[in-house]
Write a protein that binds this ligand. Structure first.
Ligand SMILES: NC(=O)C1=CN([C@@H]2O[C@H](COP(=O)(O)OP(=O)(O)OC[C@H]3O[C@@H](n4cnc5c(N)ncnc54)[C@H](OP(=O)(O)O)[C@@H]3O)[C@@H](O)[C@H]2O)C=CC1
Ligand SMILES: Cc1cn([C@H]2C[C@H](O)[C@@H](COP(=O)(O)OP(=O)(O)O[C@H]3O[C@@H](C)C(=O)[C@@H](O)[C@H]3O)O2)c(=O)[nH]c1=O
Length: 282
């Protein structure tokens, strides 16, 4: 396997890559002092020392609501940070695998969205992620992988929040009119490593989530059912759960391109959710 450097290695997706990697020393996870994608001097040193063939960028500003107030910080991490990595990759001939989001879409079209559909973000987070995609695409050797509703046994995510709230409360109110597809971060991590294993040169933008369609409410119900959590789940409308950022009502992604290009099968979201909850309960 080629030499790989992973940025954002301590976040949810980065940790999943670490877990799958085991003790393969071809993947380098920069330690704290080397990890800031805004520090060009440090990046220059890491690239010079590691000479990576691939860089996976899992680093991001992901606090969707907070981003509405911390616009500058979100822009720096999600745009300037990606630009810094793309420039280094360009200079070293490395491939940049960058992760983006279904939140680049407006969410007003109720059919699965393809890579050719217009991205029109409705939140600061979504806009910064779209601008970050453009920064990654400034170099030829790039993969931009849009994913959505990431969860796993690592880091913070909706599944872990629901397990916590389900244990603490008698009832949980969850939005039922926002529709998308959850993605088990372990499945995404495995796909990213597969791109590298194959040394694919089919650069470009790809949609990758798990298979199927659900709402946050149905997702939460599945979490409660699978984990046998005794809590009342109450479906509510978006306007009954005010948040600082506006989220897309429909952000299901069409995955034909990724499935055809890489001849892969993608797990159904509920099957992966069972795997995750089983691990969490071990
Ligand atoms: N989580 C989700 O539901 C979804 C995520 N995505 C995308 O997937 C990718 C991975 O997300 P996920 O793992 O869940 O996110 P996390 O928030 O778990 O991880 C992001 C990591 O980036 C780090 N980071 C922040 N700023 C910098 C910086 N300047 N330099 C280096 N590292 C930095 C964070 O560190 P610290 O915590 O110390 O700030 C954190 O460890 C992101 O690109 C995200 O936009 C897409 C769709 C859904
Ligand atoms: C905690 C909670 C959330 N919700 C709603 C709010 C929101 O619409 C939805 C999900 O809330 P969260 O804050 O957990 O997730 P959120 O941060 O909105 O998730 C998004 O994160 C970014 C990083 C992405 O890229 C997206 O793909 C998506 O995964 O569930 C409820 O209805 N009830 C609740 O008790």
């Amino acid at each position: 396997m080629s030499k790989v450097v992973v940025f954002g290695a301590n976040g949810q997706l980065g940790t999943c890559i670490k877990m799958l990697n085991g003790d393969n020393n071809l993947i380098y996870f920069p330690h704290e002092a080397e990890a800031n994608i805004l520090d060009v001097e440090v990046l220059t040193k890491v690239f010079a020392e590691q000479q990576p063939s691939y860089v996976i960028n899992c680093a991001a500003y992901t606090a969707v609501d907070k981003a509405e107030d911390e616009v500058e910080l979100a822009e720096r991490v999600n745009v300037i940070g990606v630009k810094n990595l793309a420039e280094q990759c360009g200079q070293h001939g490395a491939v940049l695998i960058h992760v983006s989001t279904d939140f680049v879409f407006k969410g007003d079209v109720a059919r699965p969205l393809t890579e050719a559909d217009k991205a029109e973000p409705i939140s600061v987070y979504g806009q910064t992620k779209l601008d970050g995609e453009k920064a990654a695409a400034a170099i030829e050797k790039h993969f931009v992988i849009r994913t959505g509703w990431l969860y796993s046994e690592h880091g913070n995510n909706f599944v872990k929040t629901m397990l916590r709230l389900g244990a603490e409360r008698d009832e949980v109110r969850i939005i039922a009119d926002q529709v998308g597809t959850p993605t088990y971060a372990i499945d995404l991590a495995a796909f990213i490593l597969e791109i590298i294993n194959r040394d694919s040169q089919a650069y470009g933008v790809y949609h990758y989530s798990n298979e199927g369609v659900t709402s946050w409410f149905d997702f939460a119900r599945a979490v409660f059912d699978i984990s046998e959590t005794q809590v009342k789940a109450i479906p509510i409308r978006t306007d009954q759960y005010p948040t600082k950022a506006t989220r897309p009502l429909y952000s299901v992604m069409d995955k034909s391109k990724v499935k055809e290009t890489f001849s892969i099968e993608i797990p159904y979201w509920r099957d992966s959710l069972i795997k995750c909850i089983t691990k969490l309960q071990q």
